[in-house]
Design a protein around this ligand. Structure first.
Ligand code: SF4
Length: 319
């Protein structure tokens, strides 16, 4: 019989002594911080102090890069330059501090870089202009969505496969509720299907096509009706040939009627919804301001392994 011993954090388990949470983190607050607080206040404190050590999930890093690339294109940068900058940022952060992934980081990073290259062109060629939303002084909220030329907020998020249930869950997030309530604006959420990670690769038409088993040079993503290809088609990856061209890849996606971007419009909130948000925010801001030192906070065990293993267990569970 295996015998395990419990691990409790030492009082000095964290190398940094926290007396108070930095004021800069409290004001303004954004949806990422508020979500983290409600999942685990310890995580909020740790990440406020160790931001440079935080490992990125590929999806998070991709969303960060897409947002910045669309801002850059809106500011007049060419799509090619915005793509190059986005890829550079992705590679730098994937290298140090690194990616949080169950797959081989190099392989999965190559897939996500290909997804980034192809999807930036796809999004930038159809999107309007965007700017950052000025800080909303009341209730001191930093809006992470971008303001479109159409007067609406825009947010890009990834899903393995789009569904109404996933969309409904996202529309309840602080990223949506917080931003529309703080600004009073409508929002368009752009869901980008990025497939699943399996066998060391990200399986999505953004970076994977199939080669015909018998006809050289014949490639396809799917059948015209959207059903999978039949026969022994072999997967081929965008990044595996320098001859793969973004425009040609996108044209093949269009030919095969691959649709990976789904837009959902969210109505602007009414006065009572905005008041409710301000009340909730005030309560949570007060909670942040009164957080004790890290070593005095209990471990939020339900959050340590669900929905994913928390990357800070090496601090909280240190012997
Ligand atoms: S390991 Fe658990 S307690 Fe520690 S920061 Fe992560 S979720 Fe919170």
């Amino acid at each position: 019989m295996a015998v395990w011993s419990l691990k409790y954090p030492r009082a000095d388990s964290c190398a940094v002594a926290f007396v108070t949470v930095p004021v800069a983190m409290i004001n303004p607050l954004d949806s990422t911080q508020l979500t983290t607080l409600q999942v685990c206040p310890r995580r909020l404190i740790i990440e406020s102090q160790r931001a440079s050590e935080k490992l990125w999930r590929p999806k998070e890093l991709y969303e960060h890069c897409i947002r910045q690339a669309l801002l850059n294109v809106s500011a007049g940068m060419s799509i090619a330059d915005a793509t190059l900058e986005a890829v550079t940022v992705f590679v730098e952060r994937a290298t140090r501090p690194g990616l949080l992934t169950a797959h081989k980081p190099y392989c999965i990073a190559q897939d996500w870089i290909a997804i980034l290259k192809v999807s930036i062109t796809a999004l930038a060629t159809v999107a309007g202009g965007f700017t950052e939303v000025p800080l909303v002084s009341r209730p001191s909220w930093k809006c992470l969505s971008l303001m479109g030329n159409d007067g609406r907020l825009h947010r890009w998020t990834t899903v393995a496969k789009f569904s109404r249930d996933l969309a409904a869950a996202d529309l309840q997030s602080w990223a949506v509720v917080g931003d529309i309530c703080a600004t009073g604006l409508e929002m368009t959420v752009h869901f980008i299907e990025t497939g699943v990670g399996r066998g060391g690769h990200q399986h999505t038409p953004w970076c994977r096509i199939f080669a015909h088993p018998a006809i050289p040079g014949r490639f396809a993503f799917q059948q015209k009706d959207g059903s999978p290809l039949e026969g022994n088609w072999k997967p081929v990856w965008f990044q595996n040939s320098p001859n793969n061209d973004i425009a040609h890849w996108l044209a093949m996606m269009e030919r095969d009627q691959v649709k990976l971007i789904h837009d959902v419009r969210v109505k602007s909130p009414d006065a009572s919804q905005r008041a409710r948000f301000e009340r909730d925010l005030a309560i949570e801001r007060a909670r942040i301001a009164s957080l004790p030192k890290l070593e005095e906070l209990p471990i939020f065990r339900p959050a340590c392994n669900f929905p994913q293993v928390c990357q800070w267990q090496w601090i909280c569970y240190a012997e």
